[in-house]
Design a protein around this ligand. Structure first.
Ligand code: 0A1
Ligand code: ZN
Length: 875
């Protein structure tokens, strides 16, 4: 192990920096194996620092120090101390401003961790968030040290014709030996995690955007030559995002140039470096034949996310990494709303909640549960979590619900005005919201320090004599004091009409946001001549688990009549879940199975209606995900979940096949290249029907899938057909998989899908197939997208095969984590997650999973990343 007991960093130990950096001048001579960095820092002692310690501690890792000079004078090695992770100057000058010059070298080719400066398909690029800049040069690598950067890049003209960094290009020139240089100047002070450089043979796609105040911005996307035709959607999304941020938040872009570079090797989705975003190719490249509708939507969302960071993240950044949700929660909320405004609001909300409930709830219920503002970490890279991002966005959304759209905008205006150019905290954000609206949000702040998913128990009582309905809400959470929870509520009459809500002396309304602020509260609704059906937590107005007993009939009723798109879908999910859970019990007790006809009737009802929004219609027909069902079980029984869900799906297909067939036929059109809401909706509903029909295993349906697979002119249809072929007894399975590979072998992102599809298959031969695919020439442990599409997909999205009772899945995963630990600790630690939830399984599986975690803990040179996850989940 590198460090026997890696250090824990605590929020409560935050201190202002001892020194500040005003400006940085970087001179970087690029070379694959020996890049030279000269960094000139203009520094001063921080006037706000009251520490006695005058030593200057810079951090640096995997650097070869060449020289140091203070105010132009070389420092002898007695004047500083070097450790593998730091450079300390005991006696820096005590005058106001001094200059420190450092020269060091780095080896990008040896960098498989993809943090700092690294190589991707011959291109040099950087990733500095959270603490990657210290792998480029010695620095005060913390977000509250903000400096102005001037960067000169020098490189070979043929290998690196394009040389990019943050800000504006201010000078260029030629040198001998076929080299050239470019100087970039970023006028905005920034923390070093937002620094970026890119050098390589790249093609450029250009456009322009005129801002609200009529400034013309150059927009540039850089990609490898063969991808030049796949940037149209990304460029359009960028312009849409710029327009939206002006309209919704009054935020304009601030530099004259906005650049995006797509790279094939990237640990995450994308990175918001100032003026120079670096993106995983997955979130830039799209053409109708290579990218699915889902990919198109994701690209739009991620492009917007990174663009929105320019204000929520860059202009105003985090004081320390505990505040990560300050920028991430807010920015995710902004990108969710952007997508909702450009697609279908109801569908977007359902998909976001689905992700939250299947993945974030599981994280929050396990050993790695943490508040959206964590209080301690060993490795900050482990805290780019669903909790910080997705639950963080839910917390911001609750503020939006509580303050209303206008109040929220007044609050965000004040936040931008107060803190522009600063590194701030989550409290600063909530304080600005409170001050602008003249409300007290001190109770609301508890959401930032509370871990785990709160539970609301709801009960109701209707009194015919007084014509009142009393709703009692009780909350339970890890917070010692009650939380402030907005509970959007509606009432529906027996005939499906809206029942007016009259609460105390308030005016009647169709919908109300109840304020749950105490442990237990009663709400009395008046003037109700008949007992209405309650629709609670509309739009999923708070990230909580809601327990309210509702009969299957009431759920079926809400599925037909609830006017809230989220709760209408939710009623269907609850109905299906209840039925699946009772089948799970039957399976566990060895009883024979029959499907409750109420579900068939409810689906029949949905199928018989005319729907404008076909994507939403498809969601109403989707059964709850296996992961979501597992989340709700005390002891997860993956086999029974799978069997029960498959049984329900097959029975529905059997009973409703005429509906599914006729819907399939009426919506099966060739509209490849059309990405309007209707064309996307038609593809989605058609493929939902195809998936049901495939359960019947008839020759006719096999033929349907095969024809769709062969004729498809777009990736959505092709991959949907391949998926049903793969997951049925289709005779053309092997041939289809092979022809798909042959067709797309030169398109890395499509081959990722090919790996992913096979890894997720519930068929019995999947594990053997996954093992064989590990040996496939196209598989590479050094490419994170490949690792995620094979190892990640298998362990995170294929519960029934990954959790095989003999433990082969666990052993396989641990083997891969151990191999990845050496190469790329960040990716390795993300792969550990499916072992960490061991407490949720039966004893035999618990033992098998624990044994693998223990084996991982024995890894030689275990990284902080993997150590933190494995040790915390065993504790
Ligand atoms: N800030 C980026 C996410 C990101 C975080 C870490 C990275 O490397 C370790 C890369 C990207 C975002 O939210 O988009
Ligand atoms: Zn982000």
């Amino acid at each position: 192990m590198r460090n026997p007991s890696p250090q824990t960093i605590y929020l409560k130990e935050y201190r202002v920096p001892d020194y500040l950096i005003h400006s940085v001048e970087l001179n970087i001579v690029l070379d694959e194996e020996n890049t030279r960095v000269v960094s000139k820092l203009t520094m001063e002692r921080n006037p706000d620092c009251d520490s006695e310690n005058i030593a200057l501690d810079l951090v640096g890792e995997q650097l070869e120090l060449v020289s140091i000079a203070l105010d132009g004078k070389a420092l002898g090695d007695k004047n500083y101390t070097l450790s593998p992770e730091s450079l300390t100057i005991a006696q820096p000058p005590q005058k106001q401003v001094f200059m420190l010059a450092i020269e060091n070298s780095i080896n990008p080719k040896a960098n498989t961790a993809l943090e700092g400066l690294y190589l991707s398909n011959g291109m040099l690029c950087t990733q500095c968030e959270a603490e990657g800049f210290r792998k480029i040069t010695y620095y005060l690598d913390r977000p509250d040290v903000m400096a102005k950067f001037t960067t000169t890049l020098i490189g070979d003209k043929d290998k690196y014709p394009v040389l990019l960094s943050n800000g504006n290009k201010v000078a260029t020139g030629e040198l001998k030996n076929n080299r050239h240089w470019v100087t970039w100047e970023d006028p905005f002070a920034k923390p070093c995690y937002l620094f970026a450089l890119v050098a390589g043979q790249l093609e450029i796609i250009e456009d322009k955007f005129t801002t609200l105040s009529e400034r013309e911005i150059d927009l540039q996307i850089f990609v490898e030559a063969h991808d030049k035709d796949k940037c149209g959607h990304a460029m359009k999304s960028l312009k849409d995002a710029m327009t939206w941020d002006e309209k919704v938040y009054g935020r304009e872009y601030d530099l004259d140039l906005y650049m995006i570079v797509a790279v094939s090797h990237f640990n995450m989705g994308a990175m918001e470096n100032k003026g120079l975003n670096v993106f995983n190719t997955k979130f830039v490249l799209a053409s109708p034949d290579t990218a699915s509708d889902h990919d198109y939507e994701n690209i739009g969302g991620v492009i917007a996310h990174e663009y929105f960071h320019n204000w929520t993240g860059n202009r105003i950044t985090c004081r320390d990494w505990f505040q990560l949700s300050l920028k991430e929660g807010f920015t995710v909320f902004r990108d969710q709303e952007f997508t909702a405004d450009h697609t279908s609001r109801g569908v977007k909300r359902i998909e976001d909640v689905d992700l939250l409930r299947t993945r974030q709830f599981a994280e929050d219920a396990g050993p790695l549960s943490h508040p959206i503002r964590p209080e301690a970490y060993i490795e900050i890279n482990n805290f780019y979590t669903l909790t910080v991002y997705e639950k963080g966005a839910e917390v911001v959304r609750m503020l939006h619900t509580l303050l209303g759209a206008e109040g929220f905008r007044t609050g965000s205006d004040l936040y931008f005005q107060r803190h522009d150019g600063q590194a701030v905290t989550c409290d600063d954000f909530v304080n600005a919201m409170a001050a602008a609206n003249d409300v007290d949000l001190s109770q609301f702040k508890r959401w930032y320090s509370q871990a785990g998913t709160p539970v609301i128990n709801a009960s109701q009582h209707y009194d015919e004599a007084s014509q009142t309905l009393t709703l009692v809400l009780e909350q339970q959470s890890s917070s010692p004091e009650p939380l402030q929870i907005p509970v959007k509520t509606g009432l529906v009459n027996k005939d499906g009409s809206v029942a007016s809500i009259r609460l105390d002396d308030e005016a009647a309304a169709n919908e109300i946001t109840l304020q749950l602020t105490e442990d237990k509260q009663s709400f009395v609704f008046k003037d109700l001549p008949q007992k209405p059906v309650v629709s609670l937590l509309r739009g999923f107005s708070a990230p909580v688990k809601l327990n309210m007993s509702q009969s299957l009939e009431e759920l079926a009723f809400l599925l037909s009549y609830d006017s809230d798109p989220f709760n209408r879908w939710e009623a269907g999910q609850k109905l299906a879940s209840e039925i699946i859970f009772s089948l799970i019990e039957d399976i566990q007790q060895g009883r024979s199975l029959t499907l409750n006809p109420i579900l068939i009737e409810a689906f029949d009802n949905v199928l018989a209606q005319d729907w404008d929004d076909l994507s939403y219609f498809s969601l109403l027909l989707a059964l709850p995900d296996e992961g979501y069902l597992a989340e709700q079980m005390k002891v997860v029984d993956v086999d029974a979940i799978h069997e029960a869900r498959e049984y329900v799906k097959t029975k529905l297909a059997d009973n409703l096949q005429l509906h599914f067939s006729s819907l399939y036929q009426s919506h099966h059109k060739d509209e490849s290249g059309c990405f309007g809401k209707d064309a996307i909706g038609r593809r989605r509903i058609k493929n939902t029907c195809l998936s049901y029909l495939s359960k019947l295993e008839t020759q006719e349906n096999h033929h349907l899938a095969q024809t769709q697979f062969q004729d498809a002119g777009n990736m959505t249809d092709q991959i949907a057909a391949l998926n049903v072929i793969l997951n049925s007894g289709h005779p053309a399975k092997a041939e289809s998989l092979e022809s798909f590979y042959q067709q797309w072998q030169d398109e890395a992102l499509v081959i990722d899908k090919w790996f992913g599809l096979q890894a997720c298959s519930p068929m019995p031969d999947t594990f053997a197939r996954v093992q064989a695919l590990m040996q496939h020439p196209a598989f590479d442990l050094k490419t994170p997208n490949r690792v995620r599409s094979l190892i990640g997909a298998f362990s995170q999205s294929n519960p029934v095969r990954y959790h095989a009772a003999n433990g082969e899945g666990y052993q396989f995963l641990a083997d891969q984590v151990i191999a990845l630990n050496e190469l790329n600790p960040q990716v390795a630690s993300r792969m550990v997650t499916p072992l960490t939830g061991w407490r949720r399984f039966d004893e035999a599986r618990q033992d098998l999973m624990k044994a693998q975690l223990e084996r991982i803990m024995q890894t030689e040179n275990i990284s902080k990343d993997v150590y933190e996850l494995a040790s915390k989940s065993l504790a």
